[in-house]
Design a protein around this ligand. Structure first.
Ligand code: PEP
Ligand code: MN
Length: 333
């Protein structure tokens, strides 16, 4: 349930109402916009007398929120959320250009890629240290050493870093990581989500291979319900019957999510398509449909990459993608 307060309501009047609602064992989520204040009521709202609440002098209107996700719901928080990763803002008109290799392989590789993507305009460096591979015999990532090398690249370039967590027992290693990624395969690892909800780290939550948009939002809700509201959603393609691409990039998820939620939405055209030739056009399309960022894989020598070389851009190709994305963003602004 949401209660929209009238313009001109004082902070004291609002607090009085919030205390009254909290006394009914409800959590109250307050969203203060430039125009209006919205109170989102979470919990058993069946005991709230809607007519009484609506009749209060400071209350403009009261609505039931039928969707099962509450804190992620745009009705609870009409303005776009802006997530802060180091000095970089994401959402609400701030664009994240995230680039880097699928996996961190060695110091030379990650530093070289970090420096070149920064030069091309990337504002966040990606790199996998813990890799969720389909085969247990495939390269599993450098793990703790991979995070150490990412931190070296962060020091060398000043770029904030994003890397994936697979197991909450490794959380201590992520202390200086700016954004923790939850990969597609872990989107519904509810224990992991809840534990990350108890941190204050920005979380990039990828859509699962076969998950609906509502399921993605319910996973965000798992994190938010524990107190961490710093979430960036990521569309990375879903499984369909199509085999021409690694996955099917559901770009309509971007405007759909923008309608349903205040959380920023980033698109990953690399894992969505699986082919380097398809990454530039889909990165451009993501920018054109209003994504709050893109995340692309870039490798200094894709043919020798230990993981996902076929979908990795070279630094020169990334430079062109970055320039095109900038032009598109200017054109649609
Ligand atoms: C990744 O970004 O490195 C990754 C494994 O992606 P996804 O979880 O989308 O497959
Ligand atoms: Mn990859």
């Amino acid at each position: 349930m949401i209660a929209i307060l009238k313009r001109g309501t004082s902070a004291q009047q609002a607090q009085h109402l919030i205390d009254w609602l909290k006394n009914m064992n409800l959590d109250v989520h307050v969203s203060t916009g430039t125009e209006i204040t919205v109170l989102g009521l979470i919990g058993d709202t069946s005991r709230v007398d809607m007519e009484l609440l609506s009749s209060l002098e400071i209350v403009d209107s009261v609505k039931r929120v039928s969707e099962p996700y509450k804190q992620a719901n745009r009705k609870f928080h009409p303005n776009d959320s802006v997530i802060q990763a180091g000095q970089v803002s994401i959402g609400g008109g701030n664009f994240a250009l995230i680039a880097g290799p699928c996996s961190v392989e060695c110091e030379e590789q990650i530093i070289e890629v970090a420096q070149s993507v920064k030069k091309s305009g990337a504002n966040i460096l990606r790199g996998g240290a813990f890799k969720p591979r389909t085969s247990p015999y495939a390269f599993q990532g450098l793990k703790a050493e991979g995070i150490r090398l990412l931190l070296e690249a962060k020091k060398a370039t000043g770029l904030p870093i994003i890397t994936e967590i697979m197991d909450i027992r490794t959380l201590d290693l992520f202390e200086d990581v700016d954004i923790i990624q939850v990969g597609a395969r872990n989107m519904q690892n509810f224990d992991l989500l809840q534990e990350l909800g108890s941190t204050n780290k920005p979380i990039l939550l990828k859509r699962g291979l076969a998950n609906t948009i509502q399921e993605l939002l319910m996973s965000a809700e798992y994190i938010m319900s524990r107190g961490n509201e710093n979430i960036i959603l990521c569309e990375r393609g879903i499984r369909t019957y199509e085999t021409a691409t690694r996955n099917t990039l559901d770009l309509s998820a971007v405007p759909v999510l923008h309608e349903l939620t205040h959380l920023p939405v980033v698109v990953d055209p690399s894992h969505a398509t699986g082919r380097v030739s398809l990454v530039p056009p889909m990165a451009a399309a993501a920018a054109a449909c209003g994504a709050d960022g893109i995340m692309v894989e870039v490798h200094n020598n894709p043919s020798c990459a230990l993981c996902d070389g076929a979908q990795s851009l070279t630094p020169v190709q990334f430079d062109e993608v970055a320039a095109k994305v900038r032009r598109i963003r200017e054109a649609i602004s």
